[in-house]
Design a protein around this ligand. Structure first.
Ligand SMILES: [Zn+2]
Length: 276
């Protein structure tokens, strides 16, 4: 049984502020170690319920932060950027289930490190009129491939967001959000134990957890911080600028929507880098 793991930094117990997530901070090496240890707990937990193959996909920043020397010896890993399927690269229909370590969408009150791809510059992203974040968009992609997301690991707000989308999902709450940049974290040992326990239970319950229901057509809307980002995105064929800072794209194929989203959020990063 193959298990897929998409692992972002902001869902890690002990990580609460942005500086901890990027390489120019002295705490960054510690964040990497905490992240890998918590990924290993997913591998151990799912393995104890019968999983035998594990693929870990890096889902944070430049996506090249793995420490292979301490990653569980049974897990292979996908690193680097750009990847066609981004935070879900490497997933296909041979997997029995997917596990996401992640965070709540942009604008979630007291969601630790809440954002949607580009902190500050993606103000809100909507799918068919409803605000959605990385967890939801990744769950749709997993569904497109016929794979259920069986477990989300992160703070209490990420867990809530996941259950709103997939009521049957397992969630491992390793920290309680006090604000966007603070949390009450579990003791590390308890967090690792909880991740193992929830991972085991998620595999045991795998048949009870359905993929999210796919839609007939998708309308993606993104509100950016800067009008210039919307301007640049509107150059993509099919992307319409519906407001000074808003773009829209509609398609019946979810992969198309995902690719347009990836390009738009990368354009946002390039505008910010060019002007700030
Ligand atoms: Zn991240």
């Amino acid at each position: 049984m193959k298990i897929y793991i998409s692992a972002d930094f902001e869902g890690v117990c002990g990580v609460v502020e942005r500086a901890q997530c990027f390489p120019d901070n002295p705490d960054f090496e510690r964040t990497r170690r905490l992240w890998v240890e918590q990924i290993n707990a997913i591998v151990e937990g799912t393995m104890s319920a019968g999983a035998s193959e594990f693929v870990v996909n890096e889902a944070h920043g430049a996506m090249n932060y793995m420490l292979p020397e301490i990653l569980h010896p049974r897990a292979s890993f996908v690193s680097g950027y750009v990847k066609e399927d981004n935070q879900m690269e490497g997933l296909d229909n041979s997997f029995a289930g997917a596990v996401i370590m992640g965070h709540a969408m942009a604008g979630t009150a007291n969601g630790v490190l809440n954002h949607t791809y580009v902190m500050r510059d993606v103000v809100e992203l909507r799918l068919n009129g409803e605000p959605i974040g990385e967890l939801g968009l990744n769950a749709y992609w997993a569904s497109y491939l016929g794979v259920p997301v069986i477990l989300v690991i992160g703070d209490d707000k990420a867990a809530e967001e996941s259950r709103a989308l997939i009521p049957e999902i397992e969630t491992a709450v390793v920290k309680h959000g006090l604000s966007q940049f603070s949390a009450h974290n579990l003791p590390l040992g308890a967090a690792l134990e909880l991740i193992r326990k929830c991972s085991k239970r998620a595999v045991e319950r795998i048949k009870e957890i359905p993929p999210v229901k796919l839609l007939k057509s998708y309308e993606l809307e993104i509100d950016f911080s800067l009008s210039e980002i919307a301007h640049l995105c509107s150059f993509i064929p099919g992307v319409e600028r519906t407001g000074a800072r808003t773009v829209q794209y509609a398609a019946s194929d979810y992969r198309e929507v995902q690719h347009v989203r990836i390009v738009c959020t990368n354009l946002a990063l390039s505008v910010v880098r060019a002007h700030f």
